[in-house]
Design a protein around this ligand. Sequence first.
Ligand code: SF4
Length: 329
Amino acid sequence: MFLFLSRVNHVKIAIFNVITVMESSSAQSTYFIPKQECQPASSNMASSSKRQTRSNLIKQQAVKIKLETDVNELLEEKVKVKKARKKVVVSMEDNVTKEPIMPENWETVLKNIQIMRAKKDAPVDLMGAEKCADAENSQEVKRFQVLVSLMLSSQTKDQITFAAMEKLRKHGLGVENIINTDEEVIAKLIHPVGFWKKKASYIKKTASILAEHYNSDIPETVEELCKLPGVGQKMAVLTVNIGWDKTVGIGVDTHVHRIANRLGWTRQPTKTPESTQKELEDWLPRSLWNEVNVLLVGFGQQHCTPVKPHCGTCLNRDLCPVGKSHVNR
Ligand code: SF4
């Protein structure tokens, strides 16, 4: 920047000097080259003087062109400096907004939840997606069953999903068998899960896609899974985590979303499970991503319920903002 300013000053002084010289010469010393003289020279002196004047004008023109080039270069430099400055500011802002937060006492709060969940007797522990697949089947079939159970679980209680999965498994829950089963039959088997008619159609279409494009297995990535009919972000993350035994994200359902907000585990209140997932993944150690889903879902089913959470008996009542306000009332 200093170099740039000193170059600007230098050019300004040069321009000033040239203009002064030009003004002090004849009134014809304008910034253009005069036309060729048509008349013959009347004397040697007059001819020499004219040559001198033309020579001066050509020199002045050359200086002018040089100065214009310098000014243009400086203007370009100025634009570059401005752009560079903007970049620095943007990247600083990025750093500020992306800086992860580690919520105060989060380890103690998590430990307390693990203690309250020690019995592992919540519906999710006994009837969650991990409990819905046939242990004896091949890995491909188990993965398909995990996917189907997660498709059924949206807007549906674990008990109802589990019962529907039992009926489907008894019928035969593999890709080929679903392709050969009428949609109406699937719908009857999964009733009364939420949106059972739509889900029957999704399951049937998914089976055909898997047979055609994935050799009757399921895709290995969240992006590909999300392209299947009726499969959303949370389902896809949990399917990869459970089905492929890979930790690719935190499965955030309505329980995880609610509890994370109540505990102040997000920088500001979040409106969607997707934004909560991003917030949690910013600071929660990856080694806890798998565990935290089942831990918080069960905690939400038994303690931190959507309506009337049991703050009075919660071990986090003195650490949780909502608990503190409940207890102090
Ligand atoms: S204190 Fe209440 S709101 Fe906070 S985690 Fe415990 S049950 Fe949930």
